[in-house]
Design a protein around this ligand. Structure first.
Ligand SMILES: [Zn+2]
Length: 97
């Protein structure tokens, strides 16, 4: 998903849980972020970055890889999109990358 960032221009958006949508409000070190991946066969196709709290509420665990579901789960409707550049700058080089 592409988006336009005031700072970075046209960027790939990163899909995050709603509580991760406002980067400036988040502690870059203390915030726990889980990565969930949808796969198609051997290929990773979609990535989602969720707070631990949001993941817990939805029964998701860090590093989960699942085949793309036929019907998208309800939690996907709540996701926000943030600039990939802003996200990387804010959180630095962390283990999901
Ligand atoms: Zn940006």
């Amino acid at each position: 998903m592409m988006m336009r960032c005031e700072r970075h221009g046209l960027q790939t958006g990163r899909e995050v849980s709603p509580d991760l949508g406002n980067l400036s409000a988040l502690d870059p070190v203390a915030t726990q972020i889980f990565k969930i991946t949808f796969v198609c066969g051997e290929m990773d196709t979609h990535w989602f970055f969720l707070s631990k709290e949001f993941a817990d509420e939805n029964g998701l665990v860090n590093g989960l890889k699942v085949e793309i579901p036929d019907k998208f789960p309800a939690w996907m409707n709540e996701l926000k999109v943030v600039c990939n550049g802003c996200f990387s700058e804010h959180f630095g080089n962390r283990s999901w990358e």
